[in-house]
Design a binder for this molecule. Structure first.
Ligand SMILES: *[C@@H]1O[C@H](CO)[C@@H](O)[C@H](O)[C@H]1NC(C)=O
Ligand SMILES: *[C@@H]1O[C@H](CO)[C@@H](O)[C@H](O)[C@H]1NC(C)=O
Ligand SMILES: *[C@@H]1O[C@H](CO)[C@@H](O)[C@H](O)[C@H]1NC(C)=O
Ligand SMILES: *[C@@H]1O[C@H](CO)[C@@H](O)[C@H](O)[C@H]1NC(C)=O
Length: 263
C-alpha cells in the first residue's frame, strides 16, 4: 500500500528536477539582459566628447555593441578622456586616414572582460582588437600588490587606469588619461607622429621582444562570477526550485513514514 503512494511522489520529484534544470539552461522571459550602451556609459562619464565623436564617425560603437551580444569572453575598453586627446600633437587625428582611426580605436579594445582584479593574473602581452594580418597590436598591463593602480603600456605611452566607468561582465570600460598609441603608428618608424627621440628609442628597444600569442585565459579568470541582474534572477529561480523540492521531499518522507507506521 505504501508503494502506491510513493511512486506518484517520485514522479512529482522527477518533474520538479526537470523544471530546475530547464531553469538553468534558459532564464525566463521576465529577465531581459540590460542593453549595454557604450555611448551612454561615456556620456554619463562626461569628458569624452572627442572619443564619442571618433566612435561615432568610425561606427566602432555599433561594432562593439554587436560584439558584446555575440561574445563569450566579453570586452574591455580603454576610454581616453578629452584631456588625453589634447596631449596628442596638434593635427594628429586629422592626419590619420579613416582606416588608421579605426585601427587606433580598436587598439583600445581587448577581446575579453577584465575586472581590475583579473588584470593581476593576465599574462602580457594582451592583444587588442587592432591585431590582424597587419601585425600584433598588443598592450602590457602591470599591477602592483601594494597600490590599486593598473598601468597600461604600449611601448609609446604608459598610463594608469584612472577610473572605472563600467565593469560588469561582459563589459568593462576604464578611463585613461592618455590615448593608447600603438608603436606601429606612433613609434619611431612613423615619421609623422614620431615621439621624442628618447621615447622612440625606448619603444624600439621594447618592441624587439617577440610578442607571445598565448594570451589564453588564466583559469582563475573563469572563476569570476558574472554579476548581471539576469544571473541573479536565474539564481533566485533556482533557489525557489531547490526550496520547493526540499519541501516536497520532506513532506513525502513524512507521509511515507506515517504510512509505514500505520500499516
Ligand atoms: C545608446 O544611448 C544613446 C544615448 O543615450 C542613444 O542615443 C542610443 O540610441 C543608444 N543606443 C542603443 C543601441 O540603444
Ligand atoms: C554620428 O555620425 C553621423 C554620420 O555618420 C552623423 O550624422 C551624426 O550627427 C553623428 N552623431 C553624433 C552624435 O556625432
Ligand atoms: C604605474 O605608473 C606609475 C607612474 O606612471 C608608477 O608610479 C607606478 O608604480 C606604476 N604601477 C605599476 C603597478 O606599474
Ligand atoms: C610586454 O611584455 C612582454 C612580456 O613580458 C615583453 O616581452 C614586452 O617587451 C613588453 N612590451 C612592452 C611594450 O612593454
Amino acid at each position: 500500500m505504501a508503494c502506491h503512494t510513493v511512486l506518484p511522489l517520485l514522479f512529482l520529484l522527477f518533474l520538479l528536477a526537470m523544471a530546475a534544470t530547464a531553469d538553468d539552461v534558459a532564464p525566463g522571459p521576465t529577465t531581459p539582459p540590460p542593453e549595454l550602451n557604450l555611448t551612454n556609459i561615456l556620456e554619463n562619464g562626461g569628458q569624452y566628447t572627442t572619443l564619442l565623436r571618433l566612435l561615432n564617425a568610425t561606427r566602432i560603437t555599433e561594432q562593439i555593441t554587436s560584439q558584446l551580444k555575440n561574445s563569450y569572453d566579453g570586452l574591455t575598453f580603454f576610454a581616453p578622456n578629452d584631456n588625453a586627446f589634447t596631449k596628442l600633437k596638434a593635427g594628429t587625428l586629422n592626419a590619420l586616414t579613416d582606416q588608421e582611426q579605426i585601427q587606433l580605436l580598436l587598439y583600445h579594445v581587448l577581446p575579453r572582460y577584465y575586472s581590475l582584479t583579473t588584470f593581476q593574473t593576465a599574462s602580457n602581452p594582451l592583444h587588442t582588437e587592432a591585431s590582424g594580418p597587419g601585425g600584433m597590436y598588443s598592450v602590457n598591463v602591470s599591477t602592483s600588490t601594494t597600490s590599486p593602480l593598473v598601468n597600461v603600456s604600449t611601448g609609446v605611452v604608459d598610463v594608469p587606469i584612472s577610473s572605472t566607468l563600467f565593469a560588469r561582465f561582459p563589459f568593462a570600460v576604464y578611463s585613461v588619461d592618455d590615448v593608447l598609441q600603438p608603436p606601429q603608428m606612433f613609434g619611431s618608424s612613423h615619421k609623422a607622429f614620431a615621439p621624442a627621440p628618447g621615447q622612440a628609442a625606448a619603444a624600439a628597444g621594447r618592441q624587439k621582444g617577440v610578442p607571445k600569442s598565448d594570451v589564453a585565459a588564466e583559469p582563475s579568470e573563469a572563476v569570476e562570477e558574472p554579476e548581471g541582474s539576469s544571473t541573479n534572477a536565474a539564481a533566485a529561480g533556482r533557489g525557489i526550485a531547490v526550496w520547493l523540492t526540499t519541501v516536497i521531499v520532506l513532506g513525502g518522507m513524512a507521509l511515507f513514514l506515517n504510512l509505514l507506521v500505520s500499516a
